[in-house]
Design a protein around this ligand. Structure first.
Ligand SMILES: CC(C)(COP(=O)(O)OP(=O)(O)OC[C@H]1O[C@@H](n2cnc3c(N)ncnc32)[C@H](O)[C@@H]1OP(=O)(O)O)[C@@H](O)C(=O)NCCC(=O)NCCSC(=O)CC(=O)O
Ligand SMILES: [Mg+2]
Length: 382
């Protein structure tokens, strides 16, 4: 087994943004909301944290049977827009998986995983009619969900959901039953985060997670329901609402998800977010593993491009313990010129500080909390 698989699990998650319902408060800066799920307090990884829907990839997500799904005119090509030459390619997309035989490309399989997990955890089905695949294009704007009359009645759908939770391969059966396919084209490659060494959950759980953006544009945020198991609550919040709930200690959001919410903060309109996300996706992305630097009064998660980020980061945690400094965060901030870091003074006092040019035509997070008053070294802020 390769080190890629031995040291961490591969996973996919989706920043699901929905708008278009016209129900948002007129005073809100945002015309869309993002789906956040609260993890069970019994989870072995990030217990009680709010995260985007997602989970570990299953062999069923790579199954070549997806290629033989409808439409009736022949095997489904599952073609995705090609990446631009020279695009960033994270290892989880580039890896060969000979053990899976004639498997789907990872690009496709990780999208199927994210869509399946969204159904399992929140009951939201991101599918498209098999017959409409050819005309599906993100250039048309934010995606639509299937019409409600195309779905089985509630109790039947709930039974399908339980089956998929028990057996991921049942997701393909559900798609076949509905003459639909996962809406791969609605998901746009956004980022890739590897759990930092020193932040593994119980049993050494670390994750190499593909993050996708998906914008839904019609009829308002769909009803999301938790599964009373892995997920104990679902909520749709604007990026600002989510960040405020985090700052007020009502919810806890892990650093990668916090960073991504601060990036979404750049976009007040769903259409702008969709356009940016779908056009940028052809640039690909690179894998980021935060490297933790423990200071005397908090810790910093260093990201690639920060001048303190190691040239040769310890991906597996086998080489050296976590970096420590007897300096205060403030001093470590004053001394630095090139910043790309998440600064945690305590569990809920977290700031993203970045003044480097983002790669792959991405956008830097905005710093939302001006009350904290110690953001003096950050360029990107409100
Ligand atoms: C990787 C993830 C998609 C999470 O994957 P999941 O754990 O949700 O994976 P999944 O959905 O496939 O797995 C379901 C898990 O739920 C468990 N499960 C199922 N039913 C359950 C129930 N009723 N109660 C409790 N747990 C239950 C299963 O046993 C399984 O756990 P099991 O598989 O264990 O048996 C997410 O963590 C994520 O978005 N990560 C992004 C990047 C990241 O790593 N962020 C955090 C960095 S750490 C950090 O940032 C912390 C810090 O700095 O402080
Ligand atoms: Mg999950």
């Amino acid at each position: 087994m390769s080190s890629r698989v031995r040291h961490w699990r591969e996973a996919a998650t989706v920043l699901l943004a929905a708008g278009g319902g016209g129900g948002g408060s007129s005073s809100s800066r945002f015309d869309y909301k993002v789906l956040l799920l609260r993890r069970s307090p019994r989870s072995a990884f990030l217990p009680s944290a709010h995260v985007f829907p997602g989970g570990v990839v299953d062999a069923a997500d790579f199954s070549a049977d997806w290629l033989h799904l409808l439409p009736p005119e022949g095997p489904l090509p599952l073609l995705l827009p090609p990446l631009r030459a020279g695009a960033g390619r994270a290892p989880l997309f580039a890896a060969e998986r000979p053990e899976l035989g004639t498997a789907l490309p990872a690009d496709v399989a990780f999208r199927i995983c994210a869509i399946r997990e969204t159904f399992e955890e929140a009951g939201v089905l991101l599918l498209v009619e098999a017959g409409e695949v050819a005309s599906t294009s993100s250039a048309q704007g934010p995606a639509r969900l299937l019409a409600p009359e195309r779905l089985p009645p509630g109790p039947e759908l709930a039974e399908w959901r339980r089956r998929v939770q028990r057996q991921p391969a049942a997701f393909l059966q559900l798609c076949r039953h509905l003459s639909c396919v996962p809406n791969l084209w609605a998901l746009h490659e956004w980022s890739n985060w590897l759990t930092p060494v020193g932040r593994a959950g119980r049993g050494g759980r670390r994750y190499d997670t593909a993050f996708y953006l998906c914008c839904l544009g019609h009829g308002g945020p769909p009803e999301a329901s938790h599964d009373r198991g892995e997920v104990t609550a679902c909520q749709w919040s604007s990026p600002l609402e989510a960040i405020e709930l985090f700052k007020s200690q009502d919810i806890w959001i892990a650093p990668p998800q916090f960073y991504e919410l601060c990036r979404l903060y750049n976009f007040s309109s769903l259409h702008d977010l969709h356009r940016f996300g779908s056009e940028r996706a052809v640039e690909g992305c690179e894998r980021w593993m935060p490297v933790i630097l423990v200071a005397s009064d908090g810790h910093i998660q260093l990201l690639p491009g920060d001048e303190l980020y190691p040239d040769d980061p310890d991906l597996t945690g086998e080489r050296k313990p976590i970096l420590t400094s007897n300096k205060k965060i403030e001093d470590l901030m004053k001394e630095a010129r090139k910043l790309h870091r998440i600064v945690a003074r305590d569990l809920h006092n977290v700031t993203v500080c970045v003044n480097i040019q983002p790669k792959y035509k991405h956008v830097n997070p905005l710093v939302v909390d001006s009350k904290v008053g110690n953001n003096a070294d950050c360029n990107s802020r409100l």
